[in-house]
Design a protein around this ligand. Structure first.
Ligand code: ADP
Length: 497
């Protein structure tokens, strides 16, 4: 009788393994950091071999130190994978060795290539077919770069000797000892090569980037048996795969159209379930695949805020206004409001829905009476205002108004922020008991595929909201405050020249 699902959570800075039981409880977990490589300004790389070794090590650790001693492979219902998205690995099919360091999603090396694509007029095609924008962030240009720049890669790829994929595909390949080269639709939808409508690699786009289809993994749903691993001594199915943000949406049980989750970390990542329809954004949000399951594809709108919790880090490290991020809560509560101060942390420009690369951080409304409490409070409020801007854009694009916002991430621990978020959105904010929505979402996808859980209803019995924050602000006040932030954003725009 299987007792657990083992989730592998392969993130940007660490590899983690988490063992979930049938109630969705975390029974054991382990984590290991790995090295970041910055070979040139703006370039970011990982050693794919180290990613695999660290992922394998934490999985073995969790299996060795389970809740009741060693966990036997026969007690695993399935293995689930959730991963840092867009990062690509190119490897040799014969030896399984990477030809190059993995190019990480943050890496800007293909920005000039993206400029060329726009000049050549191919951007509208990419946007229409993939739901994404022409940006170095996504995998397609990174793969094209590898084929262009790794000696011999193009010829060897043409001969079918190489394989390429996002981190999920790399882990699946290694878990199955090279028997399976596959990815799931949610990861495929982040590559800039995947057609949202046909649910296939897009031939026209592959031709444009000169990427042979034989290089790419087979695309499967997010919840099915993709392969088996014998890594733990007996065969265990790999049955759930999703990119980290999509897995988090599933882990939050945002199963219905219009359901939204927000992860408050360094920045914010918002996803809205838009159901069976491919969303079209007028506000620069991304259209992406949330997951594929039981022959159905669920789409999502995605928007991110570049600077959220990072504004608190800046107040701590550069301005020395706080000693740690948690202290911001008491400081914000020490004053009834910001005294008219607005802080727009556009340190690296503004993302959706403004898309202004030239915007820079600003603080307005400062008077002689402004003190550090006001400034700290303004930083927290800014996270909530920026989130509202994305939620409004999602509602506008989809015609769906979310009933509640589900939250996670480091800054979601801040009660003041959660309450202010509810106030400024005018809908409740739900903070689940688990802090593992991402890994849990992947585990759910794997457990549903193998009968460990029956259906979504089965899962909904597990959902535990630790705290609900009800909106308490009067509507007039809410709109007045938000209008002030929008005015402040106008001041921040177009500053850098
Ligand atoms: P990431 O995965 O992006 O590194 P985390 O989810 O670990 O982020 O969250 C870390 C971020 O959350 C940091 O930017 C930090 O400033 C912020 N943060 C952590 N705790 C709090 C808190 N109590 N209040 C506000 N911000 C916080």
């Amino acid at each position: 009788m299987p007792k657990y699902v083992l989730a592998l959570d392969q993130g940007t800075t660490s590899s983690r393994a988490i063992l979930f039981d049938r109630e969705g409880n975390v029974c054991a977990s382990a984590s290991q950091e790995f090295k970041q490589y910055y070979p040139q300004p703006g370039w970011v790389e990982h050693d794919a071999e180290e990613i695999w070794q660290s992922q394998r090590a934490v999985a073995e650790k969790v299996m060795a130190e389970g809740p009741e001693g060693r966990v036997g492979p026969e007690t695993l219902a399935a293995i689930a994978i959730t991963n840092q998205r867009e990062t690509v690995v190119l490897w040799d099919r014969a030896t399984g060795k990477p030809l190059n360091h993995a190019i990480v999603w943050q890496c800007r090396r293909t920005a000039p290539m993206c400029d060329r694509i726009r000049q050549e007029g191919f951007h509208p095609t990419l946007r229409e077919k993939t739901g994404l924008v022409t940006d170095a962030y996504f995998s397609g240009t990174k793969i094209a770069w590898l084929l262009e720049n790794v000696p011999g890669a193009r010829e060897r790829a043409a001969r079918g000797e190489l394989a390429c994929g996002t981190i999920d595909a790399w882990l699946i390949w290694n878990l199955t000892r090279g028997r399976t080269h596959a990815t799931d639709v949610s990861n495929a939808s982040r590559t800039l090569l995947f057609n949202l409508r046909s649910l296939n690699w897009d031939e026209e786009i592959l031709r444009y980037f000169r990427i042979p289809a034989s290089l790419l993994p087979e695309v499967r749903s997010s919840s099915e048996v993709l392969g088996d691993t014998d890594l733990f001594g007996a065969s265990v199915p790999i049955a759930g795969v999703a990119g980290d943000q999509q897995a988090s949406l599933f882990g939050h049980q945002c199963f219905r159209r219009g359901a939204v989750k927000n992860t408050y970390g360094t920045g914010c990542f918002l996803l809205m379930n838009t159901g069976a329809e491919i969303p079209h954004s007028q506000s620069g949000l991304l259209a992406t695949i949330a997951w594929g399951r039981q022959g159905k594809t669920v789409y999502a709108l995605e928007g991110s805020v570049f600077i959220a919790g990072a504004a608190l880090q800046w107040l701590r490290d550069e301005m020395k206004l706080i000693q740690d991020a948690a202290e911001s809560e008491a400081m914000a509560r020490a004053v009834p409001d910001t005294g008219g101060v607005y802080f727009v942390p556009a340190f690296v420009g503004l993302g959706a829905p403004h898309w202004d690369a030239y915007a820079r951080g600003t603080m307005v409304g400062i008077t002689r009476g402004t003190n550090r409490h006001h400034v700290v409070r303004a930083a927290l409020e800014a996270i909530a205002y920026q989130t509202r801007a994305v939620v409004d854009a999602m509602a506008e694009d989809s015609g769906l108004r979310p009933e509640v916002l589900r939250v996670d991430g480091g800054a979601a621990r801040n009660d003041f922020l959660c309450q202010f978020q509810a106030d400024i959105l005018g809908i409740p904010v739900d903070r689940p008991a688990t802090t593992e929505s991402t890994a849990l979402g992947a585990a759910y996808l794997a457990g549903l595929a193998t009968g460990f859980w029956n259906d979504e209803q089965d899962l909904s019995r597990q959902l535990r909201i630790a705290r609900r924050f009800e909106p308490a602000m009067e509507a007039g006040r809410r709109e007045e405050l938000y209008a002030g932030f929008e005015r402040a954003v106008e001041r921040a725009k177009g500053w850098a020249v």
